[in-house]
Design a protein around this ligand. Structure first.
Ligand SMILES: [Zn+2]
Length: 245
């Protein structure tokens, strides 16, 4: 057999600045927690468990593969052969983990990036739950976006049918929006939003409302008007999931 390269070559994708050649620490940490003693095999043994945001008690500051600092979140991965769990950064996953069941690093990264986008949408729903469901009046724009993302995620999971019963809707509120004890009123609002949005009390987005809205929702009230309107009109502010694109 002819050997073209001693080392794996860089992937010719958007991550050209990040090497896919693992350092000694990454190799040691991965092999110690895997069944295989070969890095290229060990990296294919892992499964994605969950996302751990930095405000969680489970969050660790340093990636357990490369020891670099994680700022926003960790991803929990598990090796079913050894039951080992590692909390790692997304860069390490895209370079050094080819998830079990995927056919290549590229395939694995597509799977991972879809999961990242989905998580971004889940976070957006969790954040806007209060505004849309718990204490209406939301605006039409915010309520419609909430409904659209909810439907999108339910379709991805094959769970649209849960909308049909009170028990199903409660399950959605608890699992998708992460609200353990929603009031009767919140459950009613959710039902109205999903079935008959015109019955949900919404706030007309008048100029006066916008001013009040930003004043309550922003810590930048004392800053200049320009700063505030720049922030509120930025894509990321309106749509946190864009950060994952
Ligand atoms: Zn890392």
């Amino acid at each position: 057999m002819r050997q073209l390269h001693d080392k794996p070559v860089l992937e010719s994708n958007s991550q050209q600045e990040l090497t896919t050649i693992p350092g000694p620490l990454v190799i040691k940490n991965l092999i110690e927690n895997s069944r295989s003693d070969l890095f290229e095999e060990a990296k294919t043994e892992w499964e994605l468990v969950t996302y751990i945001p930095n405000d969680s008690e489970e969050f660790v500051e340093n990636c357990e593969l490369c020891n670099h600092r994680n700022y926003i979140a960790n991803w929990l991965i598990q090796n079913p052969n050894t039951n080992a769990l590692l909390k790692v950064g997304s860069d390490c996953i895209k370079r050094f983990i080819q998830f079990a069941g995927t056919s290549s690093q590229t395939d694995s990264n597509v799977f991972f990036e879809n999961r990242e986008k989905e998580i971004g949408k889940e976070l957006e729903l969790k954040v806007s739950y209060r505004e849309v469901i718990a204490t209406p009046l939301p605006t039409f724009r915010v309520a419609n976006r909430f409904k659209k993302i909810t439907l999108e995620l339910l379709e991805n999971r094959g769970q649209v049918h849960l909308l049909e019963s009170p028990e199903g809707r409660l399950e959605i509120i608890q699992t998708l929006f992460k609200q353990q004890n929603p009031s009767k009123k919140e459950q009613d609002h959710f039902q109205w939003l999903m079935s008959d949005p015109s019955s949900l009390p919404v706030q007309k987005e008048t100029k006066k409302f916008r001013q009040i809205h930003y004043k309550e929702g922003s810590t930048l009230t004392r800053r200049s008007k320009v700063t505030r309107s720049t922030l509120s009109s930025s894509k990321v502010y309106q749509d946190p999931s864009k950060k994952y694109d």
